[in-house]
Design a protein around this ligand. Structure first.
Ligand code: FEO
Length: 399
């Protein structure tokens, strides 16, 4: 995409689109790619806000060169977040501009030293500090754990542009667009929610704290490190973040199951149909062996009801369902209505471990769990119907 797109007269987007990497953090699918957004403020003192993933450094340098005059210096690099998708070019920047000063907080510089060693020119800032650039000035807002302990946001006060780091970011490349008013926002929501649930979802309390803090800051535009820049509809993304971090659920149900030979799957299919017959209009059924955890988590973040099914496998959960439950425990999932089912052939272990999951997370079960022996029979389907019926009633009552 063209570099040097302006957020204001002297503030430029110098980010890159990555359509090559298959997995973000070598874990989360990037079938729609991702952008690494970085910014340049041109003033008496020139400032970079973050860098990009190291594989894209040439494009990042070219973007800087297209904006600055030949020989012009960069005075500061503000490091809002040290994850390497943003700090990747840090060392190369300091080699390119030997007089540059790195700007970050105490934790930032612990990470800088850990990853790259010592730098002579650093400026350590705390909440509310001001950095005067000439015509512009910057202040700093600490937002720890969004998404690492050192994370902060930087406010440019003249145009009231807040550089938010990962917060308000998204998977998906910027295909010729940059701003929220250049897209259909509904098209972007799934990748924004998948990004939030996969990457920042563990830190819902910190998200709420940050949203409270932002109420006290005058902001006209959010400029995150991934995805769209919010200049027309900042409230849109704030409302979504508020909803996702409170784990408010839409009226709908996710059924995630594992199945080796189709018997647990048949129970999942039966429950799905019964939910529809009971009036639920959003039912998402996922075979956890087929659909990457990333997408299942995203829909779990969207809908109020969650039904999980597993056969026994070596006296435990089916591995892909085990991975899902472990991830949900790590994310401290809450506010979901839970249904559990499965199958066993000799000593079981699937549903038993789903019950352990329910106890660990404290999620409310709408019906006692049910385990079919060998294969589901009519008596088992009747219980599946009851699970679906109770789930549907509760989901509809919560609307
Ligand atoms: Fe986009 Fe937490 O890095």
């Amino acid at each position: 995409m063209n570099h040097g797109i302006k957020l204001s007269q002297h503030i430029f987007w110098i980010g890159v689109n990555d359509r090559r990497t298959h997995l973000f953090e070598n874990l989360w699918p990037l079938d729609k790619g991702i952008s690494y957004n970085a910014y340049l403020i041109r003033d008496k003192k020139n400032v970079l806000i973050d860098t990009v993933e190291i594989g894209h450094v040439e494009s990042y340098f070219d973007a800087i060169d297209e904006i600055l005059e030949s020989g012009e210096n960069v005075d500061y690099l503000v490091i809002n977040h040290m994850e390497p998708d943003h700090s990747g070019a840090l060392k190369l920047i300091t080699q390119r501009y030997p007089d540059i000063t790195l700007v970050g907080n105490k934790n930032t510089f612990k990470f800088v030293r850990g990853f790259f060693g010592d730098f002579k020119r650093i400026l350590e800032v705390v909440e509310g500090d001001t950095l005067d650039l000439g015509d512009h000035s910057l202040t700093f807002v600490m937002t720890p754990m969004l998404h690492w302990p050192e994370t902060m946001m930087t406010l440019e006060t003249k145009n009231q542009i807040l550089f938010t780091g990962d917060v308000f970011g998204s998977f998906g490349t910027l295909d010729g667009v940059l701003f929220d008013d250049e897209v259909n926002l509904d098209d972007w929501e799934p990748e924004q929610r998948r990004y939030y649930s996969n990457i920042v979802g563990k830190y819902v309390k910190q998200t709420q704290r940050a949203l409270e803090k932002l109420k006290t800051v005058n902001v006209r535009m959010f400029a995150p490190t991934h995805g769209l820049i919010w200049r027309q509809h900042p409230d849109h993304i704030v409302n979504l973040y508020d909803r996702w971090s409170r784990l408010d659920g839409d009226p709908g149900v996710v059924i995630a199951y594992g199945s080796m030979y189709g018997r647990t799957e048949r129970m999942a299919e039966y429950i799905a149909r019964e939910l529809i017959l009971a009036g639920i209009r959003h039912v998402k059924v996922y075979d956890a062996s087929k659909t990457h955890l990333s997408y299942i988590l995203s829909d779990i973040w969207k809908y109020r009801g969650l039904i999980i099914g597993s056969p026994a496998y070596n006296n435990r959960l089916f591995p892909t369902i085990e991975a899902l439950t472990i991830k949900l425990e790590q994310l401290h999932i809450k506010n979901r209505l839970l249904g559990l089912f499965g199958t066993a052939t000799w000593s079981g272990g699937g549903v038993k471990n789903l019950i352990r999951f329910a106890e660990t997370t404290g999620l409310e079960m709408v019906h006692p769990p049910h385990e079919a022996k060998y294969r589901p029979l009519e008596k088992d389907y009747e219980i599946c119907r009851d699970i679906a019926g109770r789930m549907a009633t509760r989901v509809k009552n919560d609307e």
